[in-house]
Design a protein around this ligand. Structure first.
Ligand code: ZN
Length: 318
């Protein structure tokens, strides 16, 4: 169930406009932004191929899609891969499809279940909010969010990826990994030529986002990312990191789960994350944002017996 209050925790995120940064020759990172009072966009990564771009994730808002198109610099978009179905990663699909009618969209099948469950519940909450407070300052954003969900078919992939695969785009090969961890279908993309790994929300800053997660499967997925020979990892939210940065994040994640399973008070687990991930939290504001997120996730997900059923959902066949 989506809790609008959770999104309000993100109000202080990344207020700068979207921009693109070159990570390697032919590899661009479009930073996901948050412009209050709107909700966040996830990061996008563009990989250049002889036949056009492979784009990983499309953000949520039109401005993010425009930033992706600007980063493409007039070269055609050949393929789009959504790492998972959250709206901050698939919301720009219709805009990119409109700009590139031949675009081939790849994703796991998990969005089908989400449109009938999680996102349907969220849409019902948005309709309720709009009926109750039609003049609210955020009403326009609620309507835009509702419209995104109601265009569900435009968010779905053309081709569903159900396991690890090698994706060939424009004559170049990309390794795609699959796990059911942060959602029931998470993909990541590794480009051996550049050493860049686009991890989606399997890695996020300033803290992991546990809303739809199976924490223990997530821990196992991080082991697989560690075994991938990347040199730069682009998280779903936050700045790219090197192998040492990811090692610190992964260790902090494992210790957070261990702490959540112990009798340690919440404040101790939060302080542990802040200390373990210190090198990735650039300032006091980031540490405070992490604390607010974990103060929500510890009781709502990590220590909530009702979320245990996520562990009983069978992983899709490879
Ligand atoms: Zn995200």
């Amino acid at each position: 169930m989506v809790r609008p209050c959770f999104w309000l925790l993100l109000l202080s995120w990344l207020s700068a406009p979207a921009f693109a940064t070159a990570l390697a020759p032919g590899v661009h990172w479009v930073q996901g932004t948050y412009a209050p009072p709107r909700q966040p966009d996830g990061n996008s990564v563009l990989f250049e191929t002889p036949g056009g771009w492979l784009v990983v994730d499309s953000g949520r808002h039109p401005a993010h899609a425009r930033a992706v198109l600007a980063a493409a610099a007039g070269r055609p978009l050949r393929a789009l891969l959504n790492t998972h179905w959250h709206l901050d990663h698939v919301g720009g699909n219709p805009a990119l499809r409109a700009a590139a009618p031949d675009l081939r969209v790849y994703a796991s099948p998990a969005i089908d279940g989400a449109l009938g469950g999680f996102l349907a519940d969220y849409a019902a909450q948005l309709r309720m909010l709009l009926a109750r407070e039609p003049g609210a300052a955020a009403a326009a954003d609620w309507r835009a969010e509702l419209a995104r969900i109601e265009r569900g078919d435009a968010l779905r992939p053309d081709r569903k990826l159900r396991g690890d695969t090698v994706l060939v785009v424009g004559g170049r090969e990309f390794r795609v990994g699959f796990a059911a961890a942060a959602t029931e279908g998470d993909l990541w993309v590794f480009d051996a030529a550049s050493g860049v790994l686009a991890a989606g929300d399997l890695v996020t800053l300033p803290a992991p986002f546990f809303d739809t997660a199976c924490p223990e499967r997530w821990r196992a997925a991080l082991d697989r990312l560690e075994a991938t020979p990347f040199t730069r990892l682009v998280p779903g939210h936050g700045a790219p990191m090197d192998r040492a940065g990811f090692a610190a994040w992964r260790k902090a994640f494992g210790r957070l789960l261990d702490c959540a399973a112990s009798d340690t008070p919440e404040a101790g687990c939060i302080a542990g994350w802040q200390a373990d991930a210190q090198s990735l939290l650039p300032d006091a504001a980031a540490r405070q944002q992490a604390a607010e997120l974990l103060a929500y996730y510890l009781p709502a997900v990590l220590r909530n017996p009702a979320t245990a059923n996520r562990r009983r959902v069978p992983a899709p066949a490879a």
